[in-house]
Design a binder for this molecule. Sequence first.
Ligand code: EPU
Length: 339
Amino acid sequence: MLQIQQNVSLKNFNTFGVEANAHFFAEINHEDELVELFMDPQWQQTPRLVIGGGSNLLLINDFDGLVIRMNIRGIEHRINHNEVFVEAGAGEVWNDLVNFCVQRGYAGLENLSLIPGSVGASPIQNIGAYGVELKDVFYSCRAFEINTSQFKTFTKADCKFGYRESVFKAELKGRYIIVSVKFDLSLIPNLNLRYGAIEEELANRGITEPTIKDVSQVVSHIRVAKLPDPSTIGNAGSFFKNPVITVAEFEPVKEKFPEIVNYPAGEGLIKLAAGWLIEQCGWKGKVVGNTGTWKNQALVLVNHGSATGEEVYNFSSQIIDSVYSKFGVSLQREVNIIS
Ligand code: EPU
C-alpha cells in the first residue's frame, strides 16, 4: 500500500547533503504505485519533484509539494547472439547496474563506472564520462505519463539526446516519470580508450590487452582520484556544463588566452573545459564559508559540512560572474536547482 509521509528531511536523499524538508514524500517501489498515486487528483495539481539518487540536485529551500522517490528495482537480461539487452528498474543504483554487466562480460557501460545516481535519472541528462555517453548504449525507456496515467516506451530517437540534454529536460519536462531503462550491450567489447588518462593508467598497470573489467577498474580509479566521494564530502559532480560556443566566439578568446583548453564539438562549434576556466579565475580548491570547489577538480562544488543550498547557489553565481568577466563566456549550471 502506497504511503505518503509528511515533513520528511531530504538531507539523506541529496548527495550535496544540504538540509531541506519535503512537505509530502512518497516512495515508489512498483510502477502500479504511480497509477495509484495519481488516481488522487490532488497530486496532479501539487508541485512535484521526482528523485532517484539525488546526485544532480541542489535544494535551495524546503520543497512545498510532493517528492516522489523512485525505488523500482530489478535487472533483466536477454542474450541474442552477441547482443545483450539489459533492462533495469529506475531505482537501481547506476553503478550496481554497471557492475552487474561488467561481471557478466556485457560490454558498453564500463566507461560509465562509478557515476553516482540511479538508472532512472540516466537518460534525463544523458549521463556521460570518459568518452562514452548514455545514448551510445541506450535502447529505450519506459515512462509513466502523469496526465493520462499511461505508460509509454521512448526509443532513442524519441529522447532527442544531446550533451547533458534530452527531451525529458526540455519539451517534456515534468510530464513523464521514467520507470525502467533498456540498454543495448554486446558480448564483443568495443573498447573506448580515447580519453588520455585511461590509456595512461592502463600503461601504468602494464595492461596491453584490456578487458572491460580492466577499463571499469581504471575508470573507477581515475574518478576516485579526481572527484570527491559524496558519502564523505557533499557534492553533485560537475556543477556546470562545459560551455559550447561558436568558432567565431572562440577566436577572440583564443587570441587572448592561447593556452585555453578546448575540443571540437561538431560543425563550427567548440567545447571549452569549464574546470579550466574556473581554475584560471583562481577558484580551484578555494573554501568559501561552508562551500567551495574541489581541490582536484574545480568544476565540482562541495559542501564542507553545513552549507545551505542557498550558500552553494550564491557561490556558484560568484563563479559565473568571474568567469564571464575574465573570458566573456557564460557558464550554465548542470545541476538541477530546486527552489
Ligand atoms: N581542468 C582544469 N582544471 C580543473 C578541472 C579540469 O584545468 O580544475 C581541465 C583538465 O586539465 C582537462 C579538462 O579541463 O584538460 C577536462 O577535465 P576533465 O577530464 O576532468 O573533465 P571535465 O570536462 O571537467 C567532464 C564531465 C564529467 C566527466 C568527465 C570525464 C561535464 C560537465 N563533466 O568533466 O562528468 O566525469 O568529463 O569524462 O561534462 C558530471 O557530469 O557530473 C561529471 C562528473
